[in-house]
Design a protein around this ligand. Structure first.
Ligand code: SAM
Length: 250
C-alpha cells in the first residue's frame, strides 16, 4: 500500500516515548499528513511540509505530551490555539477515547480541521473563539481534565488563556521549545494568581526537533471569576508581578 509517511518510523519514535500506536492510528496519521500538505497549498497552515518533518516536528513532538501526562480514559481535553491540530488532534488519534475540544480564533483553521476529522472518521468539538472569551463561558470554564497549548504565547499570557479551562485537580500542559527557565520565572505570578500549582518542567531532546520543554501545571484552586480578562486588558496589564497586577487591576 502507498504510504505518505513512514509509518514504521513514526511507530518507533512513538514507542521511544512509550506511546503505542496501533495500525488504525498509523493509518490516520498517514491520512492527516496527506491532508495537511493538500490544505497547505490553499491555506497557510504550516511551514513544515515534508512527510519526514511532519512526523518528527508535528506528530512525535505532539505525542511527547503523553510522556508527562496520562489522561484517564474518556478524559476531557481542550487544545488552545490548536492551529492545524497540534497537539490536540494528534492526541485524539493516539487516544481516541479522549473527549477533545480544538479551540482556535481563526475560523479557516477550524474548517480545515473539520475536513480532516471527517477523513479520519473521528469526532472532536471545534470551538471558534478567543481563549480569553471562551474561558468565561460556563460551558467551557473549569470543565477540562487537561488543557494543552503549543506555540501560542509566553507562559504569563498563556496561563491566563488556559488555566481557567482546567477543573480543580486537572492539568495544563504547555509545550515550549528550548529551555524555559526565564519564562517560568516570568510566568510564576500568573500561574499562582490563576489557581495553578508549582510548574513541573520536563525537558527532552527529540531527534530532528531538538530540545523541548513540557511545562505541567496542576490546577489547585478555582480561578477567580475576574480571569481571564478581555484581550486588551491582558495585553495592557499582564500578570507578571504581584504589585503591578493586584494594584492596578480592577
Ligand atoms: N498549536 C499549533 C501548533 O503548534 O502548530 C498552532 C500554533 S500557531 C503559532 C498559534 C495559534 O494560536 C494560531 O492558530 C492562532 O490563531 C491561535 N491563537 C493565538 N492566540 C489565540 C487566542 N487568544 N485564542 C485562541 N486562539 C489563539
Amino acid at each position: 500500500m502507498n504510504e505518505f509517511i513512514e509509518k514504521e518510523t513514526l511507530q518507533e519514535k512513538a514507542a521511544q516515548l512509550s506511546v503505542v500506536l496501533d495500525d488504525a492510528a498509523l493509518d490516520r496519521f498517514d491520512i492527516y499528513a496527506k491532508a495537511l500538505v493538500e490544505w497547505n497549498t490553499k491555506i497557510n497552515l504550516t511551514a513544515i511540509t515534508t512527510p519526514k518533518e511532519i512526523v518528527a516536528k508535528h506528530f512525535v513532538d505532539s505525542l511527547a505530551v503523553l510522556t508527562a501526562v496520562t489522561p484517564h480514559p474518556g478524559a476531557k481535553l481542550i487544545d488552545v490555539g490548536t492551529g492545524a491540530g497540534f497537539p490536540g488532534l494528534v492526541l485524539l488519534i493516539a487516544r481516541p477515547d479522549l473527549q477533545v475540544t480544538l479551540l482556535d480564533s481563526t475560523k479557516k483553521k477550524l474548517m480545515v480541521l473539520d475536513d480532516i476529522l471527517q477523513r479520519l472518521s473521528l469526532s472532536a468539538e471545534l470551538l471558534h473563539a478567543r481563549a480569553e472569551e471562551a474561558g468565561q463561558n460556563p460551558q467551557y470554564r473549569e470543565q477540562y481534565d487537561l488543557v494543552t497549548a503549543r506555540a501560542v504565547a509566553p507562559l504569563h499570557l498563556l496561563a491566563e488563556y488556559c488555566l481557567p479551562f482546567a477543573k480543580v485537580g486537572g492539568q495544563f500542559a504547555a509545550m515550549k521549545s528550548g529551555t524555559v527557565r526565564e519564562e517560568l520565572e516570568e510566568g510564576a505570578f500568573a500561574v499562582r494568581t490563576l489557581g495553578g500549582g508549582k510548574p513541573q518542567c520536563t525537558t527532552l531532546t527529540l531527534e530532528d526537533v531538538g530540545a523541548r520543554s513540557l511545562v505541567l501545571i496542576k490546577k489547585r484552586t478555582t480561578t477567580n471569576p475576574k480571569y481571564p480578562r478581555p484581550s486588551a486588558k491582558i495585553a495592557k496589564n499582564p500578570l507578571v508581578s504581584g504589585k503591578k497586577s493586584a494594584k492596578t487591576e480592577k
